[in-house]
Design a protein around this ligand. Sequence first.
Ligand code: PPS
Length: 567
Amino acid sequence: MTTPFAPIPELYVSPESAQKLRLAAAGLKSHDLSPRQICDLELLMNGGFFPLRGFMGEADYNGVVDGMRLADGTLWPMPITLDVSQDFADRITLGEDIALRDQEGVILATMTVTDRWTPDKSREATGVFGADDVAHPGVNYLHNKAGKVYLGGPVTGLQPPMHYDFRGRRETPNELRAFFRKMGWQRIVAFQTRNPLHRAHQELTFRAAREAQANLLIHPVVGMTKPGDVDHFTRVRCYEAVLGKYPAATTHLSLLNLAMRMGGPREALWHAIIRKNHGLTHFIVGRDHAGPGKNSQGKDFYGPYDAQDLVRKHAEEIGIGVVPFRQMVYVQERAQYFPEDEVPEGSTVLNISGTELRRRLREGLEIPEWFSFPEVVAQLRKTSPERSKQGFTVFFTGFSGSGKSTIANALMVKLMEMGGRPVTLLDGDVVRKHLSSELGFSKEHRDINIKRIGYVASEITKNGGIAICAPIAPYAATRREVREMIEQYGAFVEVHVATSIEECERRDRKGLYKLAREGKIKEFTGISDPYDVPEHPELRVETENVDVDSCAHQVLLKLEGMGLVKA
Ligand code: PPS
């Protein structure tokens, strides 16, 4: 019989051997690992994916896709494969060692390539995720990000990937096992999460630990989660705030560098195996565990309790106890949380959905104390301040001489008068002088110019400032790209300065239209070069017979209407 929490096998060699292997590996063909592969490799090397000893070969892969079992019959629900490009795969001879490098080129491991094959990704999607539908993040990754060919073979670990953040909170399976041994903890229940913890989660985990008569490990995923999730830096600060709400010395927080696939039931089973490897004796499985959201028909990919059922079915084989998670809800009359199936009859149940929480954060509205801890809300507000405190970009577009720069200048002054956020004006002429002096007016050069403006504006927006851009930006596709760049961080307000070409030419403030008509300036927008009129700008301003001040005022009113500035 094994001692409880005895060490689990790792794939690392000694530091001395690693140094020798590193020198030898410098001459090997190299694969640059993707962020997801780095997460997988770390858990392979530190025993988190025990009994895997490398990236899967074809027989294991087939067994896992078709029946959740490795070729030798061991339960394993998720393919762990090294996807590479066709070009790289073609250069490899079976039996050859390759170096696996992180994104800075550091060799983390070597792998002896025993298997190479081209997977049928639709079959993998259907087998593993239950549907070949790219609305599923795992399927989308498979089809649109993963390489065409898989390589498999045993891995020799040289060093773990470097983490510079929260180092004290990252523990390998063996470090956690040693911690449990040292603390004398015999029964430990793990809570898996990719979201900030609010009061309902704290209640639930506390009750789960009490019911299982176990200590509690909060074991959040900080590798890759669902696109659009709260970033892990913010989440860890939230977890740290909640930690103090548990009885002293009963609960531990440890970060798991796992790349989730959002695979619902199979993923829950995988999570349970990973937790077993980390020395846990019990695992909380909730409603819709690792759920990927809706499919392209707007229906749920999995039933809400499919994950619980599957883990329960295999719990004994894995050797971990399942603690089913009942949804906790707040009962107003009792000022207390209850499991949803124990709510006293006739009472008022309160709830705030994820969408409603995000709306309240965006609009700076109250988030009640019954829902979350003030410390957690404060962290979330820091990361997602209300709209009137976030950065944004106003992007003017229109013909040369349409009045973009003049209105942009007036808007800048008005925003500076209001104060609160730094304002930067990226005017067409100014940008061409400081950022794009080598560029001309071909389509290619105009696109480079606009993307540079977009990049600078996105950085300003990310850092909470206001960017006002005023280039011609004649191409709709490029404007769309810039919008996407910026909307990751804040609002993008497109303003079409709709002065007609006739009026611009009549004004001809710089005398350029005359030169363009005479053919002395080539590719002049509106004369000898196209302009795609914006179809759905946030605002269109007419400048004929309207003074600059009222044009700028219209923009300001729009910004107020969008909640970006407060009167
Ligand atoms: S673009 O298309 O967005 O990259 O143009 P932009 O950087 O805004 O630069 C436009 C200013 O450059 C002057 N200029 C020309 N404009 C259009 N077409 C041609 N061929 C051209 N050659 C020089 C013109 O003065 C523009 O200034 P604004 O401020 O728009 O009047």
